[in-house]
Design a binder for this molecule. Structure first.
Ligand code: AHM
Ligand code: MG
Length: 335
């Protein structure tokens, strides 16, 4: 595309909308507003080492973890940026135990917004990449009153759009509305997201595997055998590589671009692993699948799981199609 370098996120969203004559423009408005919120959070993340924003608020979130101020900033910023557009009937955030209602007297819309405001926050103080993850559904509850928790507990295949923003060496906004995955890098000079990754396709195989190997002793036999198999094998004549940022959003972004696998298994102590189905696994699996990859919980497609609660966790194995298929064979053999 000759004008690729001048394809801004707003232009891309609006041109995408023209391809769907039935579109009302609402989803475009939501994505545009998310782009704006991403810029504000990115600015704040970039200041993290400079201002007195680090440290703990003294509160813990619903998972019993310490909440850092930047998490709360991102959480509040997303709510403030998104709750006045009249597009949503309900929202939910990883940083809030319950669903988030729209302000009183606010127009109620037909969409549902779910987000992890700042994923990988244990990395903030080390200046390592972190990110925001979002997921958009249509309401299933009847009527035009406020949405309910069931609107937030839909299986991931019902997402109408999903995406993430990685605050890394550059800030990148990646989204899919179901047709293709597109990445936009923020130009800090004029504050606009520019198309940098057009129609991303995940390679069918990759050289990198990504897992917290510190948990090796609690893995299943099948998973141990798979990792041992990779360590004893070659990819295009070279050994496999282990890369693990510890921010799922950054690990998935690398997997999307380079191929390979990202894994967070369950174990005896935590059979459902650590990562949240609604806020992390569903949106990132939607992106992986839209790019031609596969995401499973070890048996089933992540996107076919029906969440039973907002903060439910699930094991996840996501990435290149051939790699995940091979991994599944190892898991099945040791069932
Ligand atoms: P967070 O949302 O509180 O930041 O936690 C989720 C993060 C993921 O981004 C990452 O994949 C995982 O926790 C890392 O966990 P571990 O330190 O157990 O490897
Ligand atoms: Mg997270």
């Amino acid at each position: 595309m000759p004008l690729k370098q001048f394809m801004t996120l707003p232009r891309h969203i609006l041109e995408g909308e023209k391809l769907h004559p039935e579109a009302t423009g609402e989803l475009s408005a939501i994505l545009l507003q998310l782009g704006l919120a991403a810029k504000v959070i990115s600015l704040e993340v970039n200041k993290a080492g400079l201002v007195e924003i680090l440290g703990f608020t003294g509160k813990t979130n619903v998972h019993g973890e310490d909440v850092k101020k930047l998490d709360m900033f991102a959480h509040e910023m997303l709510i403030r940026a998104m709750d006045h557009g009249g597009h949503f009937c309900v929202m939910a955030s990883e940083e809030d135990e319950n669903i988030i209602h729209l302000p009183p007297h606010q127009k109620i819309g037909k969409y549902v917004l779910l987000f992890d405001p700042l994923d990988g926050s244990s990395n903030i103080e080390a200046n390592v990449s972190i990110g925001t993850i979002f997921s958009i559904y249509k309401r299933i509850s009847k009527g035009d009153g406020p949405g309910v928790i069931e609107d937030c507990l839909q299986p991931g295949f019902k997402q109408v759009a999903a995406g993430y923003i990685v605050y890394g060496p550059s800030t990148i906004f990646v989204y899919s509305a179901g047709h293709g995955v597109y990445g936009f890098t923020l130009d800090p000079a004029f504050g606009e997201f520019l198309l940098s990754h057009d129609n991303i396709k995940i390679p069918a195989r990759g050289r990198i595997y990504s897992i917290n190997e510190g948990n090796y002793n609690s893995w299943s036999r099948g998973l141990k055998k798979y990792i041992k198999h990779l360590q004893a094998s070659k990819f295009e004549g070279k050994p496999y590589q282990l890369r693990y940022v510890g921010s799922m959003v950054a690990d998935i972004h690398r997997t999307l671009l380079y191929g390979g696998t990202f894994m967070y298994p369950g174990d005896k102590r935590n059979p459902k692993g650590k990562l949240r189905l609604v806020y992390e696994c569903n949106p990132l699996s939607f992106i992986i699948e839209a790019a031609g990859g596969v995401a499973i919980d070890g048996e089933r497609r992540i996107l076919e799981l029906t969440p039973s609660s907002l903060h439910e966790r699930t094991p996840i194995f996501a990435g290149s199609k051939d790699d995940i298929e091979l991994l599944k064979k190892f898991l099945d053999e040791e069932k």
